[in-house]
Design a protein around this ligand. Sequence first.
Ligand SMILES: [Cu+2]
Length: 453
Amino acid sequence: MKLFTSLLALSSAITVGYAQECTNLLVRKEIRDLTSDEWSYHALALTRMNSNGWIKWFTRIHNENSMEVHGNSMFLPWHRNFINEFEQTTRRYYPEFTLPYWDSARDYSSPMNSEVLTYRYVGGNGDPDNNFCITNGPFKNWNLTYPDDASCLTRNFTIEDGKMPPWQSPEEMTYITQTFQTYEVFAMVLEQSLHASIHNAIGGMLPSMNSPNDMIFYLHHSNIDRLWWRWQNLVPNGSTLYDGINYDNSTALVTDKITYFGNTVESILEVGKNGYCYTYQENTPVQKRSAGGSSGADAVITNPKMNLATALPLDVLKKYFPKLTADGTSSFAVDLPNTVSTRAVQFAQKYDRMVNRSAAGALIDNRNAKLPVVGRTIADSTVITANTINLSTSPVTGDDKLADQYKMPYPAAIPESQLKMNNLNLDDYNKYLKNSKEFIDALNNAGYVSPYI
Ligand SMILES: [Cu+2]
């Protein structure tokens, strides 16, 4: 099977015009869903990739082709091809290796609390007194050899007021997936939003074109690829859609050859075919994001204020989450991981008490609208609720002062220099940022509380 899988990978380069189904799909999981043994194995595999010179090779390919594959339609296909090659190459040394993804949006409100950025996973920030070399985690002793020999893996987190500024939320990525219907616009917004935010926030090598030196690159691009895959599964014929322009301003076509690799765009559009033999696993059922804190996670998915379909007025829902107002919407429409923050659990518990008091008649009406658990997960719960409740009724109201403490923050803006290096258009970016703020205001004004704050 191992041999067969690598043969499939090789054959992808010569496949043209027809789809070759995969016989076996790798399942890419969220990094926190790997067991510690699985993660150790993966970390060893990555370390071997570095000592064998492959990290250098992949970083050089990324750097040398950077102008052609960022800020235009080629961005998503090229990076899909790139990380698939990386995954297949790693499997030659470690046959069980499957690229994990980092669902970074779930860490959006306080990135520094993300367990992923600790010694347990990819390691933390660099040391300013030692050229920003990272100081912990499985990659801390790496000797990197591109572009300069004998360098360490560097990170320089963006920090303001002692913490990393927020980035895009799962709600925002869900909005983006549901709302932008053409490939050109969806791909551009995806690149400008979460993609750019993570590169910028981590700093060190990640905002440069030598970013594949840092393992975060592969985990992050696996996530970006996953978001594209979700969109492709949601939009009608999504796996055939491709338009926009190329780096040289020519019209982007499915028959275009992917820069450097030479496959056609068409041959890589559909995941599960032509040597792209993987799929993405959904996040596991409800768990709290931070350790400690009391139990009660179930309260969150049953709390109407934490459910898009019940917290938002119909016009807001129609504007930002049109798929939740449609019949038979799928879980591809919602990218809300089944993880809740300890803070959100606290909110749910306070809210529960408030609802209980209301049942005793002390508070005004409409607060007894506690939902039954309608799905096993947050995504299911939201989708099923949207399909079963009467959306034209008023949303649930609650204690506005309480909800005020749980407002969603805006994502931090990307510096202009960073946008330029990535060929991102400043006007388009500012338009995106304005939309993003309006979106967050709309959710906050409706009293919606994010389970991931
Ligand atoms: Cu890139």
